[in-house]
Structures are given as C-alpha cells and as structure tokens.
Design a protein around this ligand. Structure first.
Ligand code: BES
Ligand code: MN
Ligand code: MN
Length: 462
C-alpha cells in the first residue's frame, strides 16, 4: 500500500478544503438555536460518505438529531470494521477569546504545528478526525484496496451525552454487527510519538440547586441571620475534598481498581515533562490527589470538579443582596468499575446530607456513562500498532486518557465488540476551548495510517 502516501500528497489540498467546508457549518448540539445547522451537517456527512464510496447511506431518524449510517459490504465472509465519529461540536463561547471566528476556518502555523493547523470549532473534536476516515475510505475504494467490509455510524449528540445513539444502538444490533469498532476522537502524545488510547474515564454530571429564603434579601437587614445559599454552596463544595485532595463522599472509592506497581511503572515510561506541562498552562505548580503523579491524576484516578457556579448579583457595580438560590454544575470523572448511576446516587445522598437546616438541596443528574479499558493483546490493538509503526517510524505507546466517550462502554455491552481508539489530536489542540485547531500533519497522517489499520486487521484476523 505504498500508494497511500502519494495519494495523500496528490489530493491534500482538496482534503483540506473539504474539511474546511464542513467546519463552516456551526453544528452546536447543546444550543437549539443551531438545530438547522446540526441537521445540515448530518446531510453534508451523508453526501461525503456516498461520494467516498459507500454503497448505501442512510439518514437514521432518532428522538434527537439524526445518525448518519453508511456501508460498503464487499464480502459477508470478510471482517467488518465499524467506524464511529460525531459531527456535532461544543459551543464556541467565549467568542472574544478566539483569534479568528470559530466557524470561519483558517490555517495558521503554531510552534507545535509548523506545517500549519486548521483553526475552527470542531477541527479536532471531532469533524477533522471523523473526516480522516471518510478520506481513507475514498483512497481504499478508488485504489481497489479496501480489504474488508466497512460501516460508518456518525452521530450528532456526542457533546450532549449521546442519548439518541444509545437508543439507536439498542434497536439496530444486527445492522451494526461488526468485528471491531474504530474511533478517532482522542489524542496522542506528540507528533513524534504516537499513542493508542487504552482507557477512557466514565462520567457523572449533575447540577445542584441550593435554596435559602423564599426571596432575595437585603444583605444588611438579613445578613448574618439567615443561611446565605451562596456561602453554603461554597462551603459544601469545599468539603467534597479533604486536605489530601481525596474525595470525601462515603463509598466513592469503593469500586476503584488500584493499579499494580508494575502497571504504574509502565505508565511512568510514557514521555512527559512536568516543566513543559506547567509552562504550557502558565501555572506555578500542579495540584491534585496526594500519592499520585500528574499522569495518574488525570487518567487512572476519579475526580470531582465544579464546571460552573452562579447565583446572586454578577452585574456591573455592587448590589447588596442575599440571593434566594445558588447553583453549580459538577462533573465526576470515573474510572472503570465505578458505576455512574451508583456514584450519582452516592453524591446526591451525601450532598443532601451535608446541607445545614435553613437551606434545601436539589440535585439534578444530567448525563453520564461508564469508563472503559481495553487490553493491548487484541488483534485490533496489534493492527493499530503496526499501522502507526509504519507511518511514524516508532511503535505506539498505550495510554489511558482522562476524557470520556461514554458510548464506548455501551458498544461493548450491546454490540459485544472492542473499540480501538486511534486518536490523532494533541492536548494542545484546545478542544472545547477558544482557538481549537487540528494540525495539517495530524490530519494527513491520520488519513495515511487508517488504511494500514484495515490491512493489518484483516491479515491478523485470518
Ligand atoms: N472527544 C472527546 C473526548 C476525549 C477527548 C477523550 C480527548 C479523550 C481525549 C469527546 O467529544 C468529549 O468531549 N467527551 C465529553 C463527554 C461527553 C459525555 C460530553 C468529555 O470528555 O467531557
Ligand atoms: Mn469528541
Ligand atoms: Mn468533545
């Protein structure tokens, strides 16, 4: 398959321009103001799949946004790869921090991406990474080297919890039957050192509401005499970690699997510079759970973080007021074996129990999902590693990621197949942040590497 390199060289401008067109559509799933754009993006993905060589494509209606399904079945006796990705993106705000508008993609050079990177919301997460698979299919079909069957399932609600995808997967097990699931929606260590994600954290996301007096009060007339919901909320949140940064919710760690000393030593071999990490974030020091290093804190350990907190007066100037209500959005990242429903329950029970008389607590669960780990001795992992070794010149390192793709655990449960996470993004690509970007090098390397995965997966399956 020497051909792929030259095919990419020959067509790279078109590959980049096609992605840029896709990035112009603001497919923000969290905000209904963009709902027509989300639907338009689905149609654009569908068209790209049929142009790239799928024999059958379909817009699958769901209770939410549509799922685009595509397939090319060349021989039912050959293995089938199921590609998953998402065409929805995170909201672009805060807009004022973007150096160019989020839905007007431009190519700019950065220190890490001297060959240029496409700046736009969704460039890396996940339109750019999803589209690598469409272009890899185009190459394989055009050059008659597709070695097996392929199915695509591209959804539009990943960034809001994938509720419709869960609904769809439960109802379409036969249609989605496969031998391996392939996803590019994660990252790798660096452009010199590829890695394969072998773990994802689970998630429980809740919103809390603290109610004190039945109306906002004058903070002079009532201050000191009634519970201030904002003060109370701050205190309650602060108490969720102890002085060693362990989470204090009873039972929270009960099911956490501790890694063996060998496994932790293996993890420590991945290249990592604490100095560079701190410099990139402009922080004087890191912060986290006692007894664990940074790369453990953000992957194999569970966390609890406030994602947003509000209440009272936040406008210009000063208003003397004790608010009636205070709110926070809290995420808990979970590790394999922790059950997200159970954790949500433990949180709710504990958080309600620590509130003083004088306020009431309401906890509303948003979404969540189970964590995931995959062994490195599977055919899928071996095939991916061979593919990376060929295109990068060095083998990939297995890495457990701190991020979550809750649907991966559901795939395993419903479809009984393993997922291989071949991510080509970098941590510095600013996903979910202003100025998200995706390296041209990464995009083209992804298109080059994916067909090799197919080749080796079929070879190793024989
Ligand atoms: N692609 C990310 C997840 C990711 C990124 C995993 C980088 C590993 C490395 C995905 O789109 C995402 O943002 N997931 C959400 C969870 C979802 C339920 C909203 C997350 O991790 O916050
Ligand atoms: Mn994603
Ligand atoms: Mn995301």
């Amino acid at each position: 398959m020497e051909n792929i390199k030259s095919y990419v060289q020959q067509h790279k401008d078109r590959f980049i321009n096609e992605l840029i067109e896709l990035l112009k559509i603001p497919s923000v799933s969290a905000d209904t103001a963009y709902s027509q754009d989300v639907i338009d993006t689905a149609e654009a993905v569908k068209e790209s799949l049929s142009k790239a060589g799928c024999d059958y494509v379909e817009t699958c209606d769901t209770p939410g946004y549509p799922i685009i399904y595509g397939e090319k079945i060349i021989d039912p006796n050959l293995p089938t790869v199921l590609v998953y990705g998402h065409y929805d993106v995170q909201p672009p705000d805060p807009l004022e921090l973007w150096t160019s508008p989020p839905f007007e993609p431009v190519i700019k050079n950065t220190d890490i991406h001297p060959e240029g990177a496409i700046f736009a919301r969704g460039a890396c997460d996940d339109k750019g990474q999803m589209y690598m698979h469409v272009k890899a299919l185009e190459y394989m079909v055009q050059n008659n080297v597709l070695p097996c069957n392929v199915k695509f399932m591209i959804e539009g609600e990943e960034e809001v919890g994938s509720a419709s995808l869960a609904w769809f997967v439960e109802r379409n097990q036969e249609k989605l039957k496969n031998d391996v699931i392939l996803i590019s929606d994660t990252g790798m260590i660096s452009n010199q050192q590829p890695s394969i994600t072998t773990g994802l954290r689970g998630l429980s996301y809740v919103e809390v509401e603290i109610t004190g007096p039945n109306r906002d009060l004058h903070s002079g007339l009532y201050g000191g005499a009634v519970a201030n919901p904002i003060n109370i909320l701050a205190k309650m949140i602060a108490s969720l970690h102890d002085e060693d940064n362990h989470i204090t919710i009873p039972g929270f760690y009960d099911k956490v699997q501790e890694l063996s000393a060998e496994e932790r030593a293996e993890m420590a071999k991945a290249p990592f510079s604490l100095e560079k990490y701190k410099n990139a974030l402009n922080i004087a020091d890191v912060y986290g759970e006692k007894g664990y290093v940074t790369n453990e804190r953000n992957s194999i350990r569970p966390t609890l973080d406030v994602n947003g907190i509000w209440g009272g007066y936040t406008g210009e100037g000063a208003k003397t007021v004790i608010a009636s209500k205070a709110y926070a959005k809290i995420s808990m990242r979970l590790v394999p074996n922790q059950d997200w429903h159970e954790i949500t329950e433990l949180f709710t029970k504990h958080f309600t129990s620590i509130a003083p008389a004088g306020v009431t607590v309401k906890v509303t669960p948003h979404h969540g999902g189970q964590g995931y780990v995959t062994p490195i001795d599977s055919i899928g992992y071996q095939a991916a590693n061979k593919a990376y070794t060929e295109t990068f010149g060095v083998p990939a390192i297995p890495v457990r990621s701190g991020g979550s793709i809750p649907i991966v655990a559901l795939f395993e449960k419903e479809l009984k197949s393993k997922t291989i996470l071949m991510g080509f993004g970098l941590d510095s690509d600013a996903i979910h942040s202003p100025n998200e970007h995706f390296g041209i090098f990464n995009y083209l390397k992804g298109i080059e590497t994916i067909p090799l995965f197919y080749k080796y997966f079929v070879e190793l399956s024989k």
